[in-house]
Ligand binder design. Structure first.
Ligand code: EPU
Length: 339
């Protein structure tokens, strides 16, 4: 177990922001993790952060505390019944590698979540989702270490408080637990979800009439690669803001002005609307100031073209929030965690 001092975080966040952490350590086993959190260097720090793939975080300054990077690895089939395979994956596994593992073994239900950056441990944290599927749809249970008591606790779906891009680990239990592993419940017989318009269109373009999990995954990969920047080339953290939920009255007022407003029914009174569309309408799509920008193909994604400071990206997000508020009376909420 080594605790390093003043380490650059540039390789550890997909925005590629060059800040330092006062202290930094990695753990590859639960024993190593327990040793780390028992250490006085950990206990005496006020600021503590457990890092996965660093794909949903924006550092706006040097981190004046200790960061522990989760590198727990391993994937196993722990159980099966007539309908499902139960697959347990360690929190430090790369998410997309895990999806590929499932595709190779014909475990169905995860295909729509292909190519999402980040780790397995982060997936329940913010209930990741794309193309009509969220983690909560395939989640079985997870194990997490309680930091103060050092006990391992099991969380079933009802304990996780999953919502749109949120869970108890982001809200009322924030910083209390470290997720160790997640068990997913994947189907033996695929039930494909191609209802998200873009998937159907892409399958058509690929001339696939009878899709399977591999072709749906391929379609998702093609769509994502066509409009979401690859963090290995242009720093970003996926969607920077959440899609806002507004009343049907406000939606009606906006739709009167703009016939092309993309919106989805939530319930009798509410609609979710596309934040990317709002941002584009305010003129920010493709906007760039210094090295901080708003992506040219998907306005919901803020990007670092090279040497942007985290604070510059944060300032751009503030400018966007104000503009959308002024134009539409809607307050955008950030999805990315700010440190
Ligand atoms: N749109 C625009 N302009 C833009 C961007 C989008 O008009 O610049 C319109 C699109 O034309 C479409 C609608 O907005 O009609 C929705 O766009 P898209 O399908 O790209 O999805 P999104 O709502 O912008 C969400 C997730 C993504 C996820 C996609 C696909 C959130 C915050 N984001 O984006 O998740 O991949 O749906 O399911 O819910 C992420 O969370 O990091 C992420 C990338």
């Amino acid at each position: 177990m080594t605790i390093l001092q003043n380490i650059s975080l540039k390789p550890y966040n997909t925005f590629g922001i060059d800040v330092t952490a006062k202290q930094f350590a990695t753990f590859t086993s639960v024993e190593e993790l327990k040793e780390l959190i028992s250490n006085s260097k950990f206990k005496t720090q006020n600021s503590k952060l457990i890092l996965g793939g660093g794909s949903n975080i924006l550092f706006t300054k040097d981190f004046d505390g200790i960061i522990l990077k989760n590198e727990l690895k391993g994937i196993e089939l722990v159980h099966q019944d007539e309908e499902y395979f139960y697959i347990k994956a360690a929190a430090g596994e790369n998410w997309h590698s895990f999806v590929l593992h499932c595709l190779n073994h014909n475990y169905a239900g995860i295909e729509n979540l292909s190519l999402i950056p980040g780790t397995v441990g982060a997936s329940p944290m913010q209930n990741i989702g794309a193309y009509g599927i969220e983690i909560k749809d395939i989640f079985y249970q997870l194990e997490a270490l309680h930091i103060t008591t050092q006990t391992v606790q099991t969380f079933n779906i009802e304990d996780c408080g999953f919502g749109y891009r949120t869970s108890v680990f982001k809200t009322k239990l924030k910083n209390e637990f470290i997720i160790l592993n997640v068990t997913y419940k994947l189907r033996k017989k695929a039930v494909l979800n191609t209802s998200y318009g873009a998937i159907e269109k892409e399958l058509e373009a690929m001339h696939i009439a009878e899709p399977n999990i591999q072709s749906v995954a391929d379609a998702v990969i093609r769509i994502r690669s066509s409009k979401l920047p690859d963090p290995a080339r242009i720093g970003n953290a996926g969607s920077f803001f959440k899609n806002p939920v507004i009343s049907k009255f406000r939606r009606h007022a906006i739709a009167e002005r703009f016939k092309d407003l993309p919106s989805f029914v939530i319930d009798d009174m509410h609609y979710k609307i596309a934040a990317g569309w709002l941002i584009e309408k305010c003129g920010f799509k493709g906007f760039r100031k210094g090295d901080a920008g708003c992506h040219k193909d998907q306005a919901l994604v803020l990007v670092n073209y090279g040497h942007a400071k985290g604070s510059e990206i944060f300032d751009l997000s503030e400018t966007i929030i104000s503009a959308v508020k002024k134009e539409f009376g809607i307050e955008l909420e950030r999805e990315v965690n700010i440190y």
